[in-house]
Design a protein around this ligand. Sequence first.
Ligand code: SF4
Length: 466
Amino acid sequence: MLNQLSEELKINPAKTRPNIGSYWITTFGCQMNKADSERMAGTLESMGYQKAEAELEADLILYNTCTIRDNAEQKVYSYLGRQAKRKHNSPHLKLVIAGCVAQQEGEALLRRIPELDLVMGPQHINRLETLLNQIDNGQQVVATDENYILEDLTTARRDSKVCAWVNVIYGCNERCTYCVVPSVRGKEQSRLPEAIHLEIERLASLGFKEITLLGQNIDAYGRDLPGIKATGRRENTLTDLLHYIHDIEGIERIRFATSHPRYFTNRLIKACAELPKVCEHFHIPFQSGDNEILKSMGRGYTIEKYKRIISQIRDLMPKASISADVIVAFPGETRSQYQSTLSVIKELGFDQVNTAAYSPRPNTPAAKWGNQISEEIKVERLRELNNLVELTAKRMNERYKNEIHEVLVEGLNPKDQTQLMGRTRTNRLTFFPVQGPKGCFYKPGDLVNVYIETVRPFSLSGTSLK
Ligand code: SF4
């Protein structure tokens, strides 16, 4: 399989066919969805579709959806409604819904929006061409059955030419009581290390400088792969994978997300400190600062364990940046339990925290519990939390002021074309002038030393040294 894959990728990277129309993909939700959309765009282009200039000009509309919270799910229905109306005047229009809402709702979506042609779950991304061929025969297709995700031969159409997402594990076997992911993305499926290595080699040959390894629970990487060492330790872990891909020439930076405190190991922290290309940025959701709430969330760790992980990281990488996810107003959360979450943020100091108020999701245990928190309290706790997160992020960013940091240029600042934008190794968004003080011009993919002059809660500005 892998020899055929490498031969296929080396010989004819992207086979394109005569133009069969235009497509438009709208992506909702997480990095996994963004990576999936890039792969689907690659499939459509290899079939002969071209990216449309605008949504309303496209012959094929694909919504790659998210159901992590109710408002994310509701968003897609308004989009679909507009396109369903459009289809009455343009019967050739193909309407596809992919991703987590597609998986969650399945057949029911055809009843709700009869104009839909294809409903496909995340496990069917690599089968897009086959499924589209089926609808060409006038069928409506629903592909949400459990499916083993084979390695795909298509070349993703990536939005960036510098930074690339690389899926390493699909799905999640955890059972966090608020989370819909296991029921919509299915069981864990790790990709073979050799297939990941091959994809990254290929990205390096195309000039990519930074890769981000992706998984809903990336620390579970390899659990489903064979191989136990004599020591009894698993052979294929995330740490082993980082060592295995580290020496791929051309790649300057390696990142990974999303981590799980329950499985975050010292061995991983040591590897991140030792391996020069692995960036000092860790995204480790803690969700709540209260152990009772963590227990009812089914997270499988205590806040004390979480704090130990952060201090172990900072012992070996004092300048590392830490980001997290937090849910407030989980069923039964008291004012003091909520304040425990605020205390953790004050105590640990996060560079960024993605915040949300609890949203009951279908097929999740917590949605059925009686001790739900009122909308009013949810809004109030979220408002207070966001204020604290912004204050803390600004305080944390002060440490960059008057320092020189290496920035990987990703492109022009969309808001100011006289500026470049990129990220530090600690994932801080940074802006600086296109032309350096000594006349140097920089381009996407360059690693530039920037003297930081201005700090804001979620970004930095400065001047390159040359
Ligand atoms: S680890 Fe928990 S929160 Fe994360 S995707 Fe899995 S079930 Fe959801």
